[in-house]
Write a protein that binds this ligand. Structure first.
Ligand SMILES: Nc1ncnc2c1ncn2[C@@H]1O[C@H](COP(=O)(O)OP(=O)(O)OP(=O)(O)O)[C@@H](O)[C@H]1O
Ligand SMILES: [Mg+2]
Length: 242
């Protein structure tokens, strides 16, 4: 049995204090194993993005423990966290977050610049990553010369180019139409087949159904952490619907 990739133990994230205190995450236990494909769902404000920020080592818990790839995140300094993010985690966001002045290839090369990869290898790996997401013919286009779906595919190429253990995506299809959403899900399925762990946040049942496991948040707690995608319909009652 491998070790968990992600392990929350009674994890808390509290913003503010006194009257303004918000328990964004409250005593969350959560274990995600290498190779899993999970979707995080739940109403607005339930703590999904906060959980993603924790998982992605962008923030530290205010209580409890978080172990990522066997390392206690609370014990690491900012430089160590940045190193983990660069080497082991790929991020995809709803609004793509590409740099507008750079071409698709240059955007994909960026994480490798930080990782100290040589120029020649950066070029080769960026081109291979863009080919993998079906954009081998758009290498030199800037983001404003690409459709939304194409921009998201560039962002996915950028996220995987350092060969991370984990792909984290917060509402990756939130800005896309149904057809382009399918393209992104096809790419995720292929990446998952190749062994990468995927955790995404979504409000869309059809996106969650493409995963293997749904984790349902409500009011900063995990209400169900092993919901089978096939059972989603019965679980999404009107009161829980995002
Ligand atoms: N930086 C912050 N400072 C104070 N409160 C915050 C901060 N970030 C989030 N919160 C609060 O924490 C709670 C959880 O927020 P979070 O962004 O994780 O929700 P979410 O499930 O991602 O919602 P949505 O579906 O709308 O994106 C909310 O009540 C939110 O207002
Ligand atoms: Mg959110």
């Amino acid at each position: 049995m491998p070790n968990p990739l992600i392990e929350f133990r009674q994890l808390q994230k509290v913003y503010g204090s006194g009257n303004t205190e918000v328990r964004a995450l409250w005593n969350v236990d959560l274990t995600i194993w290498p190779g899993e494909y999970c979707a995080i769902m739940g109403p607005s404000g339930s703590g999904k993005s906060t959980a993603m920020n924790m998982i992605g080592c962008l923030d530290r818990p205010t209580g409890g423990d978080y172990y990522f790839d066997n390392q206690n995140v609370a014990s690491l300094d900012d430089a160590a966290l940045a190193h983990i993010r660069n080497q082991k985690i790929g991020f995809v966001f709803q609004q793509f977050h590409l740099l507008p002045q750079l071409t698709a290839r240059e955007n994909v090369e960026l994480p490798m610049v930080y990782a100290g990869v040589s120029r020649v290898e950066r070029h080769q790996r960026a081109i291979a990553a863009l080919q993998q997401v079906g954009l081998g013919d758009r290498l030199n286009n800037r983001p404003n010369q690409l459709s939304g779906g194409q921009q998201q595919r560039v962002a996915i190429a950028r996220a995987i180019v350092n060969r991370p253990l984990l792909l984290l995506a917060d509402e990756p299809t939130g800005a896309l139409d149904t057809h382009t959403t399918e393209d992104v899900l096809t790419i995720f399925a292929e990446l998952h087949r190749r062994g990468i762990t995927i955790v995404l946040v979504t409000h869309e049942p059809d996106v969650a159904r493409a995963s293997q496991r749904i984790i349902w948040f409500k009011d900063g707690e995990v209400l169900n952490d092993h919901l089978c995608p096939a059972d989603l319909g019965s679980f999404v009652t009107p009161s829980l619907r995002p």
